[in-house]
Design a protein around this ligand. Structure first.
Ligand SMILES: *Cc1c(COP(=O)(O)O)cnc(C)c1O
Length: 418
């Protein structure tokens, strides 16, 4: 019966409420964002652009989408914004259709070095029929090797350079790559899925200002939105992008979540800077604490992180798979992650784990809590206490962090719908 569905949801909420959520691609939405999901917008269609729809009944949807476009452009100081992609991958697919042709060569960061699947042949880049060359990558700085890239690019002559990663610890050299691209008459795309909220909060440089032609992103990782996507660009690319989005890869664009996205833009404009500063502070403190406890945190020479993320090499502890499972049994939720020296075949048991502090920051945690989290991780991985005992202590620790902060009306993190 249908009540079983609600019972599963309740159990899931219960699990999340009692855990420490450290998945770097997730976040919480505020209750005012969530209220939008339940509106009638979720039943409607609005194909086409504002004021040029194919269906009647779009008057108020037009108002919402106009605000979404206006506030997106203001927040990111962008000349053009398309708010219709329903996810980050869909935004990437549209951008690849707008900026490349089949058989073109592109540069992207390999998956073990942090690139996203959609930058590669197995996903969006492959669907567009692109040849993919991976950037030379420096493991110590966890970043693109610019001078080696320049040499390679002169031979390969790519049409598009993709920057932005899923494992992204540091600022990437957008300016330098844009200069290389200019000489080759190529374009630069920055996939800001992970750092969109940090760009909005002014702690991560705005790639559009640094010379990227187009920025794609998910809206729900460090950003406060519901799960969807967005594309920003210079004005000259507006037409090509809009056409690639609709009719290219989107029909209905999920209007209830568009309304929620508008609220998240308002939250970012108001609270984004305070939030983003705290996110980066928290990530540093957690990285330092883990390092002091003897863990192999990547990027030591560069201060471990400039984002919400931390990467840890956990090979001495049995690898990412075993470590993520063990932590889950203690109520600490994060993901195993490939690291630059891994091959794709190792995806089931990679060398590392990835940690993100954006969600715990949204719950109001600060530096002291980061030290406690490092301690919980250490208790678990060194088996100083049973997983059960740690899980109890984690739940106790979470009791003080059950509301969503950095919003207009602080609210419970997990809406009780039943
Ligand atoms: C998460 C992510 C995506 C995919 O976004 P979805 O909204 O899940 O489709 C794309 N690019 C990067 C770099 C990501 O980290």
């Amino acid at each position: 019966m249908y009540s079983e569905v609600f019972s599963i949801i309740r159990k899931h909420n219960e699990m999340m409420r009692n855990s420490i959520p450290l998945i770097a691609s997730e976040n919480l939405t505020s209750e005012i964002v969530r209220k939008c999901y339940l509106s009638d917008f979720g039943h409607r269609y609005a194909e086409g652009k504002v004021g040029e729809r194919y269906y009647a009944g779009c008057r108020y949807i037009d108002e919402i989408e106009s605000i979404a476009i206006r506030l997106t452009k203001r927040l990111f100081d962008a000349e053009h914004a398309n708010v219709q992609p329903i996810s980050g991958v869909v935004a990437n697919l549209a951008a690849l259709f707008a900026f490349t042709n089949p058989n073109d060569t592109i540069f992207s960061i390999s998956i073990p070095c942090g690139g996203h699947i959609s930058h590669d042949r197995m996903s969006a880049a492959g669907l567009r029929g692109l040849r993919v060359v991976h950037y030379p990558f420096d493991i110590e700085s966890m970043n693109v090797d610019v001078s080696a890239t320049e040499k390679l690019a002169k031979n390969v002559k790519p049409k598009l350079f993709i920057l932005g990663s899923s494992l992204i610890l540091f600022r990437q050299p957008v300016k330098e790559i844009a200069e290389i691209a200019e000489d080759l008459d190529a374009r630069v795309m920055f996939d800001a899925s992970h750092v969109l909220g940090l760009i909005a909060g002014r702690v991560y440089p705005n790639p559009i200002k640094e010379g990227a032609d187009v920025l794609t992103a998910s809206t729900h990782k460090t950003f406060f939105g519901p799960q969807r996507g967005v594309i920003l660009s210079k004005a000259e690319f507006a037409k090509a992008i809009d056409k690639a989005v609709f009719p290219g890869v989107v029909s209905n664009h999920h209007l209830h979540s568009l309304a929620g996205y508008v609220i998240s833009l308002m939250e970012m404009l108001e609270f984004g800077e305070a939030y983003a500063r705290q996110v980066v502070k928290n990530a540093r403190v957690l990285a330092e604490s883990l390092h002091e406890l003897g863990y192999r945190v990547l990027g030591e020479r560069y201060g471990f992180t400039e984002t919400h993320q931390i990467a840890v090499d956990v090979r001495p502890l049995g690898g990412g798979d075993a470590v993520a499972r063990k932590l889950e049994s203690a109520g600490i939720i994060l993901n195993k992650n490939l690291l630059p020296w891994d091959s794709l075949e190792q995806a089931a048991n990679p060398s590392g784990i990835r940690i993100g502090v954006q969600e715990v920051t949204r719950l109001g945690m600060r530096e002291d809590e980061m030290r406690e989290i490092a301690n919980f991780i250490d208790l678990t991985l060194r088996e100083k206490k049973s997983a059960e005992e740690i899980r109890r202590r984690v739940a106790e620790f979470r009791r003080g962090f059950q509301t969503v902060k950095y919003t207009f009306e602080e609210c419970s993190a997990y809406t009780e719908i039943c």
